[in-house]
Ligand binder design. Structure first.
Ligand code: AMP
Length: 115
């Protein structure tokens, strides 16, 4: 989508620190890191949020995205200490970019519940 920030990161039109990419997904550093490791994992296909990821094809995509995020976390050395994967959906959750993304956070003790 032409006016989507994360679609423009996928195409390289907007620079980002890419950690890993496949045809289906891209992982890049969050510009406003909230933990020593804070990476965003997005599908290359534009899907606004997890609530739109319905139907068998998108359910498969979601599974792949989660597995990809776990792989990225592992490659960034987070397996031992652990990490959190979270996706904000809609205004009450504070979603600020309408392109499905998983936050991968680690490298410090994370509090629960989130604010
Ligand atoms: P959310 O608030 O859950 O929608 O998350 C959006 C995330 O995108 C925030 O953590 C932002 O810091 C991050 N973000 C916004 N613009 C960029 C950018 N150009 N490069 C990397 N991360 C970004």
């Amino acid at each position: 989508m032409a006016d989507c920030l994360f679609c423009r990161i996928v195409t390289g039109e907007i620079p980002a620190t890419i950690v890993k990419r496949t045809e289906e997904a891209v992982a890049f550093r969050d510009i406003d890191a909230r933990a020593p490791t804070h990476v965003l994992v997005i599908p290359t296909q534009h899907i606004p949020a997890v609530r739109e990821a319905t139907g068998p094809e998108r359910e498969q995509l979601l599974g792949g995205l989660l597995a990809f995020a776990a792989q990225v976390a592992s490659e960034l050395g987070l397996d031992k200490g652990g990490y959190r994967i979270v996706t904000n959906t809609g205004p009450d959750a504070g979603q600020s970019v309408d392109h499905l993304h998983l936050h991968v956070l680690g490298g410090r003790r994370l509090t629960w519940p989130p604010g």
